[in-house]
Design a protein around this ligand. Sequence first.
Ligand code: SF4
Ligand code: SF4
Length: 388
Amino acid sequence: MAIRANPKLIEELEPYGAEDVMKCYHCGNCSAVCPFSADPYVFPRKPMRYLQMGLEDKLKGQLDPWLCYYCGECSDQCPREAEPGETMMSLRRWLTSKYDWTGISRLFYRSWRWELGAIVLVAILTAIGFTLFGMSQGSIAHYDGPDAFLPSASIHIFDWVLAGVLLTFLLSNAARMWWFTMGRDKDLPTTLGSYITSAWMLPAHFFTQVRYSKCEHKRSWATHLALMLSYVTMLVLIMFFLTRMASGPEIDWSVHVAGYFATAGLLLGTALFLRNRVKRSSAQYRHSHESDWIFLVLILIVATTGILQHILHRSGLDVAANVAYIVHLSLVVPMLALEVPFSKWSHLAYRPLAMYLAQVRATALARARSGEATALRPGAERTQAHAA
Ligand code: SF4
Ligand code: SF4
């Protein structure tokens, strides 16, 4: 099959953050220092080459960008300052937009105005919707009880509907990722067995990000993991324990203590990442895409309004607590509905999935190679004929 090249591919990658790809002269230093580059996934030099050659289709089928944790060591060692680490990051954004069939990721990553505009629009609609809902069936003077402005039972149903919608988008996009990287490669001898035996990698990489810990800067891994686990803890609390979380004004330590830890993790993790980005403290923070800022600022505002609403409710200031709750919800909804399936949070799903698929793919390639080796061995045909 003829390979089609896209001469404008580097240009197309620029809005996603790729800047200095053409500076690369393929010395290979980057792949040599990368702690994760190993056969059959040799990067970042190979993706740099594909980009320069405009091999769009080949890049779309690559898992390599997801195997990079952006430790920045390759960028530090590049003699041409071609920023291979940032190129891998921009490829992850570009791939996210390719997996997304709705085209929303593409809009968001190519224009911060679209992303911010969509967040503001969804926030306003959410605020109006919850205000009208509250006024129709409760009193703003009551945070909980039978006359509550926003009863937790109703919010709980809303949360589950929202989760169902965003999971549908995320899973359908993940299915496209599988198709681009594995499914359409008819020559890849994958087996159902290798998909099953490697399945443990999905939760293992999701909950530990163990691969990241192999990078030189362990603090980045710890901060990244703390932020992710805090977010997941908060999500579990909201999805399964919302009624107890919203009850009060007394503190229910059995659930609130987990909420306090998660909030502290979110605030601390976000503050550290923001500081690093402002100070451009190392290679991975030298370049910040607009989506990086939006992501961090949104988490910070959501966490702050959540704390405010909690304090006001515990202080018995129900009117103020309800207002803070509406503001909080109006930011939570765009964060979940827009950022999880279409922007940076989607990496939470794609990265462990890539680790898993990379393992399945490597097993299949090893099997194919051993089959070739057997076929090339003198007398192999005769041995196989005897065995048959
Ligand atoms: S170190 Fe720089 S110049 Fe060398 S292959 Fe990597 S990106 Fe290209
Ligand atoms: S940023 Fe780190 S993990 Fe990513 S390609 Fe460069 S050296 Fe490898």
